[in-house]
Ligand binder design. Structure first.
Ligand code: 13P
Length: 251
């Protein structure tokens, strides 16, 4: 049985005072939620704050990106080892905003993946197609390409610590969500690729959905048998909405 996982991706948002309030409100509201695991992925400068204010028994935390290099002369980068120092449990890798705004190729995503798994942190590997790719009938081919890059480079042991996230690019920050049926279909496809590596493993790996998930659509999405949680952008910045999505797991 895969325990549902709800991860907040704050993206490039937050200030010390606002974060403190948000984290306090999330921590206060988490009490009753036992069937769900929660995490927040904060911008690098706030990881120290998050690690001080959260109790990892209730809410864990992580980063939104990582360097593809080990420590050294890479001005501006942050290594996976540094993230360990701040107690990061997760790192988002290959988010579509990194792929499109910062030119991250599948090869770079794989390099980052290998750095992260070497430290014991769990990577959250994002895959997803653009609207143009979907309308051209290429959605499955794109997801397959993004997944195979990682699957070819990873051992079964590394994969067992990996989370995948299906994030259709056309649903991110647009208010337009994949229907539960559309999302479920893609999650099944993703799990089929995992099963080609190891059938047992495929049943254990969590595949999250991301893209305009909010309290009003979370119950239906999370009720799908292959949707194991959510990667939440905008709605993770409001404690009430983030907690409502987590509560939707139980409903
Ligand atoms: P939104 O929930 O704001 O659409 O963002 C989704 C996302 O990109 C999470 O990584």
């Amino acid at each position: 049985m895969r325990k549902k996982l709800i991860v907040g991706n704050w993206k490039m948002n937050g200030r010390l005072a606002d974060n403190a309030q948000l984290l306090a409100d999330v921590s206060d509201g988490i009490g009753a939620l036992s069937d769900v695991e929660l995490a927040v992925c904060a911008p690098y400068p706030y990881l120290a704050q998050v690690s001080t204010l959260l109790n990892p028994v209730h809410v864990s935390w992580g980063a939104q990106d990582v360097s593809r290099y080990a420590d050294g002369a890479y001005t501006g980068d942050v290594s996976a080892e540094m993230l360990c120092d701040f107690g990061c449990r997760f790192v988002i890798i290959g988010h579509s905003e990194r792929r499109s705004c910062f030119g991250e190729s599948d090869a770079i995503v794989v390099e980052k993946y290998k750095r992260v798994v070497a430290t014991g942190i769990s990577p959250i590997v994002c895959v997803g197609e653009t609207i143009h790719e979907r309308e051209s009938g290429l959605a499955n081919a794109v997801i397959l390409r993004q997944m195979v890059a990682v699957l070819d480079a990873a051992s079964v042991n590394e994969l067992s610590r990996t989370v995948f996230a299906y994030e259709p690019v056309w649903a991110i920050g647009t208010g337009r969500t994949a229907t539960p049926a559309q999302a479920q279909e893609m999650h099944v496809f993703i799990r089929q690729q995992l099963a080609r590596v190891d059938a047992d493993l495929a049943q254990r790996i969590r595949v999250l959905y991301g893209g305009s998930m909010k309290p009003s659509n979370a119950t239906e999405l999370l009720a799908q048998s292959d949707i194991d949680g959510g990667l939440i952008g905008g709605a993770s910045l409001l404690a009430k909405d983030f907690l409502a999505i987590a509560a939707a797991v139980n409903s």
